[in-house]
Design a protein around this ligand. Sequence first.
Ligand SMILES: [Zn+2]
Ligand SMILES: [Zn+2]
Length: 261
Amino acid sequence: MFFADYHMHTHLSMDGDADTREMIKAAAAAGLSEIAICDHCDLNLMEQFPYSPKECFEDYTAAAAGIDIPVKIGVEMGQQTEFPKLSKEILSFPEYDFVIGSYHCMAGYPDFSEADYKNYDVPRLYSIYFDGLLDYAKNADFDIMGHLTYPFRYGMRQGYSLTIADYKEETDEVLKALIARGKGIEANTSGLRDKMKETMPPTYVLKRYLELGGEFITVGSDAHFPHHVGVGIKETTQLLKELGFKYVSAFTKRKAEMKKL
Ligand SMILES: [Zn+2]
Ligand SMILES: [Zn+2]
């Protein structure tokens, strides 16, 4: 079966310092078929991203030399709907294989990972999030939407019990918008390592995407350390098959290839 880890970070992300070659070696040692390195590029925080797409490409390519695993050139881009021109400019780099679109925060709000939820009316915060997420699904330029359920992870860490299950209609709208544009979702396995103990998004959302006619899905660990590379990938890929997915997607120069499960 095709076991690919399509979401990981290196020292080129502001929240990571992993050696790129160590990440790639860990992927090969885990017996993965392929990986995509997707360092952060949050368009509202460009001062934290001193590396150009070309520098990332050169770093990944040099680090992969001699290691027997295909390495795709990805990026995890955030806040594209807020900065469409900048998004377009960066994504004009021709070597990108794969783009994760991640809505990490609303305009004027902190990244959910840094938000103090006490400062907000949390149900209202989530409702504003879904409005923005729907706009992102309809308008941003990406291949796969990153970690649906992101704000719930941090809400849960701070003791708030609402989950994505409380937003079924809103989630459906987002999934339908993605499907209408031929866009995918990811099963992000970092949630399995977190308090929520489930993929992001959880199983029933993955299933719902399929039921509504969705075709494109990747699995990613969101690893920031070599020891997280590949964690949960095989189990989650197997789970997708059990849910009825016939394929996972791989990407080359932003074109999907369907890999049979
Ligand atoms: Zn992210
Ligand atoms: Zn990430």
